[in-house]
Design a protein around this ligand. Structure first.
Ligand code: GLU
Length: 471
């Protein structure tokens, strides 16, 4: 038996917008790490910024996580007032955060600072003039609070060590060091009594028993400050693992400009969640040269050692290839249910029969749905120029063939194909000369899945009607 602590990871989004694709990658890595280690994966909504946090954003984030299949383990969370929530809310814990700051004061690791905003403005202006770094100068660090000016509500600041260095052994980035002299005494609690983000994150991670903080490397610089809070509380810091950024195809930070910034966009564009899981996994993590990695393999293989240090570039062509793969291997009936279209039972059955031929040609569900449209088409098609040309050239053949189609007993793709082959032979033309106009008549276009199979699926009545219509 090993006495290793159970791994607990978390995803801690700020609910101020959609679930960004970069956030989804962070969530995926934290989820995989927990699941790989038979640990727990928790969801914490960092909703302390009341002006920017919205319930809609929380709903979108949850929807995105569910769609991606990243299940979390604190769905039975109940807040202080007994309200059931599906996640831990940072805002709910504000009093606890404040209490932690008071504890640090008690321990001599934090202090009240009564400097007014105006006073600090002057301090910064003076620093600037002298060419010094602009940071809080610790003026209340050792001052007796009895000297506090009347009526001023203080902030609480952390006593950051003045000398030495803080070293973080990041599980991805390696050893990172900062000189403590570079850091000022940060605010833990604002003068209105609200805890700062930096304090809230640390207290929550501690309270939730987080063993591994896996997040984007934009939080790297916060980590040193957070380590100081752990030290001030006398708590053991978790393992930190900072993931490199995701860049757009042009090498700039991935943003709206590159299109599809939100997880919901990918759902809408017809990507499968398994595609996205596989694709996001490969952004900064690798297992040899493997590109197609199943969920089972990902769960078996995922580790922090194989997370790379350099940013990954988003490659839409690769994503499309992966999606084509996952569509191809997906169960036909599942794909039918994913086609976002109102279909009758009979149409669904048709689609199911056609699926093996359709799914091998589609890169997205949107393409798949489009490629199936001809099956449900009613009335005349609108032909493009190329199709019209094919139709005109093939009209005489179609007229002859129509009779044979009408008289067929067993309307199977083999029998239909035989009729076409025999007819082409007797006419001394290539099969395509007869089959291509047939394709246009049935599908409205010169490209379609194998047409004799499609004809069988459409059925004798529909096929003869479509052929007569162009005759
Ligand atoms: N709420 C932060 C964000 O959305 C994440 C904080 C953390 O993971 O520590 O960027």
């Amino acid at each position: 038996m090993s006495n290793k602590k159970t791994v607990v990871t978390r995803f801690a989004p700020s609910p101020t917008g959609f679930l960004h694709i970069g956030g989804a990658r962070t969530a995926l890595f934290a989820w995989l790490y927990a699941r790989h280690n038979n640990g727990k994966f928790l969801l914490r909504v960092e909703d302390t910024d009341r002006a920017r946090s919205t319930p809609e954003s929380i709903a979108t984030i949850i929807e995105g996580m569910q769609w991606l299949g990243l299940d979390w383990d604190n769905k039975d969370y109940t807040d202080d007032k007994g309200n059931k929530r599906e996640y831990y809310s940072q805002y709910d814990q504000r009093e606890r955060h404040r209490q932690a700051a008071l504890k640090m004061i008690e321990r001599g690791a934090a202090y009240y600072c009564y400097a007014s905003p105006e006073e600090l403005e002057i301090m910064r202006a003076e620093q600037k003039e002298k060419g010094l770094p602009q940071k809080y100068d610790g003026r209340w660090r050792d001052r007796d609070p009895k000297e506090a000016p009347k009526g001023v509500k203080p902030v609480i600041r952390l006593k950051t060590p003045l000398t030495g260095a803080t070293v973080v052994e990041d599980a991805v980035m390696g050893k990172i060091t900062v000189e403590n002299a570079q850091l000022d005494d940060m605010i833990l609690v604002r003068s209105d009594g609200t805890p700062t983000y930096m304090l809230a994150v640390v207290v929550d991670d501690y309270d939730m028993g987080i063993t591994h903080v896996i997040r984007g490397d934009d939080h790297m610089t916060n980590t040193f400050r957070q380590v100081h809070i752990y030290n001030a509380m006398g708590w053991e810091a978790p393992v930190f693992a900072h993931l490199p950024m995701i860049l757009g195809p042009d090498g700039a930070k991935l943003s709206k400009r590159h299109g599809a910034p939100a997880v919901g966009d990918y759902k809408e564009k017809g990507y499968l969640p398994e595609t996205l899981r596989n694709y996001l996994l490969r952004l900064c993590w690798s297992h040899g040269d493997d590109e197609i990695i199943s969920d089972a393999q990902a769960l078996e293989w995922f580790n922090l050692e194989s997370v790379g240090k350099s940013p990954a570039r988003f490659d839409f062509a690769k994503l499309n290839n992966l999606n084509a793969h996952y569509i191809k291997v997906k169960d036909d009936a599942d794909l039918v249910s994913l086609i976002d279209k109102e279909l009758s039972q009979c149409e669904k059955e048709m689609l199911l029969k056609a699926m093996p031929d359709l799914k091998i040609r589609a890169q997205t569900l949107v393409e798949l749905a489009k490629s199936a449209e001809f099956l449900f088409h009613s009335g005349a098609f609108e032909f493009d120029e190329k199709s019209l040309k094919v139709l005109n050239e093939g009209k005489p053949y179609l007229k002859d063939i129509l009779e044979s189609l009408k008289n067929m007993k067993d309307f199977t793709s083999e029998n239909i194909e035989n009729i076409f082959r025999e007819y082409a032979d007797t006419k001394g033309v290539k099969l395509g000369a007869v089959a291509q106009p047939f394709r246009v008549a049935l599908s409205g276009s010169t490209v379609s899945p194998p047409i004799f199979k499609a004809a069988e699926i459409l059925g004798q009545r529909e096929v003869t009607e479509r052929v007569s219509r162009v005759g």
